[in-house]
Design a protein around this ligand. Sequence first.
Ligand code: UDP
Length: 316
Amino acid sequence: MTEQRAVILGAAGFIGSHLTDRFLAEGWRVLGVDNLITGTMRNLAHLEREPRFEFLEQDVCLPLQVAGSVTAVLDFASPASPIDYLEKPFETMHVGSVGVENALKLCEAKGARFLLSSTSEVYGDPLEHPQRETYWGNVNPIGPRSVYDEAKRFAEAITMAYRRYRKVETRVARIFNTYGPRMRLDDGRVVPTLVAQALRGEPLTVFGDGLQTRSFCYVDDNVEGMWRLLRSDYAEPVNIGNPLEMTIRAFADAVQRHVGSHCTIEHRPLPQDDPRVRRPDITRAREVLGWEPQVGFDEGMDRTIAWFREQVSSGR
Ligand code: UDP
């Protein structure tokens, strides 16, 4: 049997680097591609001597020329935190459109399978709760978050078009809030921000009244979901997230408990179009993939905080 080979776009990012580790552990060869605008080579430093791993520093908005056979392309290349995509609106829209089409063209040329990392943001500020894959969403198409939300909605549309018209085998994961080691301390998302603040003894910044909800999935569970989805024969979107829902205020309390800190809470204005609620309905993932999260919130937080503690103490 010929060796399996994955091209992972966004391999130097948070989820991309964990996926890279997983595919290598499964015996695949991996070509990682990243332009490092939000990813970092630190996430891949441990693979420096891994002969089955190659790295290409490139913007995926430029045509992807890859020599040799490719079994699968996994597209995880995009700024994904609200701060990142608000600072890089054009990069975000380009990578979600031109970048995704380049990835699909590569799949067409190589006969490779495609997995798109889509997002719960396609549901916008949802009017259905919890969110099922059949829900079409409530997205403000001209609001500040639209650069990300609409790019990902376009990414899903072009993925389905390549499946329908060009016969590319495609998979679509709608990823809900995911956390774990290798998140950037300064990416602005609630997990790294509040954990770093608690570790430094600074006030915890809670946006709005803190009664908005999120559901946090540990990264290893996410990667298991991606692995199963890629190997399944299921082409419709699948929610991958943890259904355990909590308010941001409750999350801030949990951070204090895990870190052992007693910081004050500092309320800041709620960003425009910040979704009020978010929780995946994972019935489809359970039925189609036999998947559900395995890592409990307390365990995931302990692992994540241990990693962030090292980062903070080494001055990152
Ligand atoms: N949030 C917060 N304080 C922060 C960062 C975020 O209260 O320092 C809130 C944010 O308003 C949102 C939730 O936490 O309601 C999750 O935000 P995040 O940026 O992690 O991702 P999102 O789910 O909005 O994409």
